[in-house]
Design a protein around this ligand. Structure first.
Ligand code: ADP
Length: 391
């Protein structure tokens, strides 16, 4: 069977999935993730709902396995153990597409050079995707490779939404608000009519709340505004990233405290957010299970910032018809959804406690002016669909 291989290559993890090439085959045939790359790699995989973690070919991985080794091994193992699946194309998640990549793109020597030129815009993410692309090209040169971008979905935003109030020359060289999580938002936009009917084309706010968190305001299922900007640091409180921060703080850290760029970067990306506020964990489950006041403070701030940004995005859309919660926290945390929605009664938001506890589909009360839904996201399905369109 001809299949599409989807690769999502992160700094310490490599996710993969296989999809049939058949149109509308949105369910993955096989999914897997190698986490802890470079430290203590561990592989989890599933096929038809069956967990394959401890079976051949998904046995333990050497501690020094890097991304290139993993790609080669993945292809080997697919050939030897899952010969019924024949990959004919690979879709890659790319965090950054800059100004020019507004659509999924075929990888050629030229486009690969353009993607490499974008590394300075996403130094923590882009290099890992490029390593995966190069490893694929080396080991399976005949495979069609497609790059799918987290930034593309937001290129429909108005010019002023995308600008910072900085000198024009900097804006012109690409220091703008790109917005991220676009593959997730595109998936949600594609399934909105199933949940909202005609209202899908109204004013919809999607809250992608995972380890990385952002919100996107959609009108007519197109992005009109988002909370993440130039980098994946801006906006909401995240697991370990700071979100909204006065740029003056960074100047202070460098000038008065003598911190260097690497130290500031580590603090903003790895030591802030829920982890920084609580000093306990970046994981929402740990915080919900803790009685420590700092854990409660972290959850309260997470929800408060979310509420503020809902106000902001509602103003951009001139009103609000629906809120969608998605990703790890959005799909699973009853408490967070309640803490974000309850203070929005003035805006016509009312959730139904029983529906919220179930957390599937509609969770707003029937009389709620603004509809509230929980919709699971599926970035891999978006990538598989985009890749399919090249076949
Ligand atoms: P990523 O951005 O890495 O893809 P996820 O979308 O998987 O992350 O989200 C991870 C977050 O979801 C973590 O903070 C985790 O604690 C949270 N989460 C997962 N399940 C639950 C749950 N049942 N209750 C509360 N939070 C949860």
């Amino acid at each position: 069977m001809d299949v599409i291989l989807v690769i999502n290559s992160g700094s310490s993890s490599l996710k993969f999935a296989l999809y049939s090439v058949e149109a509308n085959a949105n369910d993955a045939l096989l999914t897997g993730v190698v986490s802890g790359i470079g430290v203590n790699p561990e592989l989890k995989a599933k096929m038809n709902g069956e967990v394959l973690n401890n079976q051949e070919p998904f046995k333990s991985i050497p501690n020094d396995a890097n991304h290139e080794w993993l790609i080669k091994e993945l292809l080997n193992r697919l050939h030897t153990k899952y010969a019924q699946f024949k990959p004919i194309a690979v879709g890659h998640r790319m965090v950054h597409g800059g100004i020019h990549f507004t659509e999924p793109t075929l990888i050629t020597d030229k486009s690969l050079q353009q993607l490499k030129a974008l590394i300075p815009l996403a130094p923590l993410h882009q290099p890992h995707s490029i390593v995966a692309i190069e490893a694929m090209a080396k080991h399976e040169p005949d495979l069609l490779q497609i790059a799918c971008f987290d930034t593309s979905f937001h290129r429909t935003q108005s010019k002023i939404e995308q600008m910072f109030a900085i000198p024009k020359a900097l804006t012109d060289e690409g220091i703008i608000r790109y917005g991220f999580h676009g593959l997730s938002y595109e998936y949600i936009a594609s399934v909105l009519p199933t949940y909202l009917g005609d209202k899908a084309d109204g004013r919809v706010l999607v809250a992608h709340l995972g380890n990385g968190t952002s919100m996107c305001a959609m009108v007519n299922r197109k992005s009109v505004s988002s909370t993440m900007g130039f980098s994946t640091l801006e906006g909401l409180v995240m697991g370990t990233r700071c979100g909204l921060l006065d740029a003056g703080v960074i100047l202070h850290l460098i000038k008065q405290k003598g911190m260097n760029v690497d130290e500031v970067s580590k603090m903003l990306y790895k030591e802030s957010g829920l982890l920084g506020i609580s000093g306990i964990s970046s994981d929402m489950r740990d915080l919900e299970n803790s009685d420590h006041p700092d854990a409660k403070q972290a959850i309260n701030m997470f929800c408060h910032r979310a509420k503020e940004e809902i106000g902001n995005l509602t103003a951009v859309m001139n009103g609000l018809d629906a809120i969608i919660f998605t990703a790890g926290i959005g799909e699973n945390s009853v408490m967070v959804r309640e803490k974000i929605c309850d203070p929005l009664a003035w805006l016509g938001v009312k959730i139904d406690d029983d529906r919220n506890a179930t957390g599937k589909g509609k969770i707003s009360a029937d009389e709620s002016k603004v509809k509230v839904f929980v919709i699971p996201t599926d970035e891999e399905a978006t990538i598989a669909n985009a890749t399919r369109s090249f076949l």
